[in-house]
Design a protein around this ligand. Structure first.
Ligand SMILES: C[S@@+](CC[C@H](N)C(=O)[O-])C[C@H]1O[C@@H](n2cnc3c(N)ncnc32)[C@H](O)[C@@H]1O
Length: 295
């Protein structure tokens, strides 16, 4: 079968979500998503067949069990099967509907008709295999925080670290930002962001997206930006924290998510040591979004 993907499905308790997301992204998975199933959650993730062997997925599953054992959580159950790329695209697309977020945005799957009866700003999205459909709590929190920051007429400059599908960068432009710089260390995310920029008619010079992480992002900026958004996991945010202040102007702002509510104190502490002040913390499910100002 050409273009086959391993579909990895993990039934687990919500307290394991962050660790499992981290393990899966380290493993090289794309298109990770979470569905609530009663008290438990189902995490789905995809990785090209050519990239890993079944034995490696078994090792991953044992690793996830060890992690759960360590914190006394019920053991996650991992299943996997091979699917064709087209089957995957068509199956999940059926379940994804237009979604209003905050007061001003409507995320519309690119393959559906554009809704006419709405006064919301329509963001057309085809995430491909990149993270960021707008269904995850962390993406929603970042979108709502961007809406708060980008009042009409502010014409801000923005950086997006870990842009995934480009949903936050695209939203930032549609909400009034004039210039966005985005990076991701996954080439598929860079491709998806460029495609979603074009899909929404955003001129390429206004949303520049490149492969890389924070150092590359800093090198891309002609001058520090007004604010940046970063929806990656807490461990990565802590690791990148020392370099974050160089991205923004004095009194610049940051929106950080991908952080579990239980990790807010640790993440905030590290950022405060690097000159940031925590303004507000917004919570949804077990996730948080930290809004910060630089001195
Ligand atoms: C949780 S997704 C967020 C996607 C999108 N911004 C959103 O909010 O829905 C995190 C993204 O960060 C990227 N990423 C993870 N670590 C990174 C790093 N150190 N530098 C750049 N990108 C990174 C991943 O490839 C992934 O696309």
């Amino acid at each position: 079968m050409s273009n086959s993907w391993w579909e990895i499905k993990i039934d687990c308790t919500a307290d394991l979500e962050e660790n499992i997301f981290w393990r899966l992204s380290e493993f090289g998975c794309k298109g990770m998503s979470t569905q609530q199933q009663g008290k438990e959650i189902l995490i789905s993730a995809y990785i090209p067949q050519t990239q890993v062997k079944l034995l490696e997925i078994s090792d991953l599953s044992l690793q996830l069990e060890d992690d759960a054992n360590e914190i006394g959580s019920p053991l996650p159950v991992t299943r996997c099967n091979l699917i064709d790329e087209e089957d995957w695209s068509s199956s999940w697309k059926q379940h994804w509907q237009p979604q209003p977020i905050g007061d001003r945005l409507l995320i519309n799957p690119a393959w559906l008709e554009v809704p006419k009866e709405t006064d919301r700003i329509i963001l057309q999205l085809d995430p491909g295999v990149a993270f960021g459909t707008g269904t995850h709590a962390t993406t929603q929190l970042c979108l709502e925080a961007l809406e708060m920051r980008l009042q009409p007429g502010t014409a801000s400059t923005i950086a997006d670290l870990g842009c995934g599908s480009g949903i936050l960068s695209t939203a930032a432009f549609l909400l009034g930002a004039k210039q966005i710089y985005a990076v991701d260390n996954d080439p598929l995310a860079v491709k998806a962001t460029g495609e979603n920029r074009d899909l929404n008619g955003i001129p390429a010079p206004n949303l520049v997206v490149e492969l890389g992480s924070i150092e590359h992002l800093r090198a891309m900026l002609p001058e520090p930006v007004d604010g940046f958004v970063c929806n990656i996991l807490a461990d990565v945010i802590i690791q990148l924290a020392p370099s974050m202040s160089a991205l923004v102007k004095p009194k610049g702002w940051a929106i950080l998510s991908g952080v579990l509510s239980s990790q807010v104190a640790d993440v905030s502490h590290v950022l405060e040591q690097h000159g940031w002040t925590v303004g507000t913390v917004w919570n949804r499910l077990e996730w948080s979004c930290i809004n910060l100002k630089y001195k």
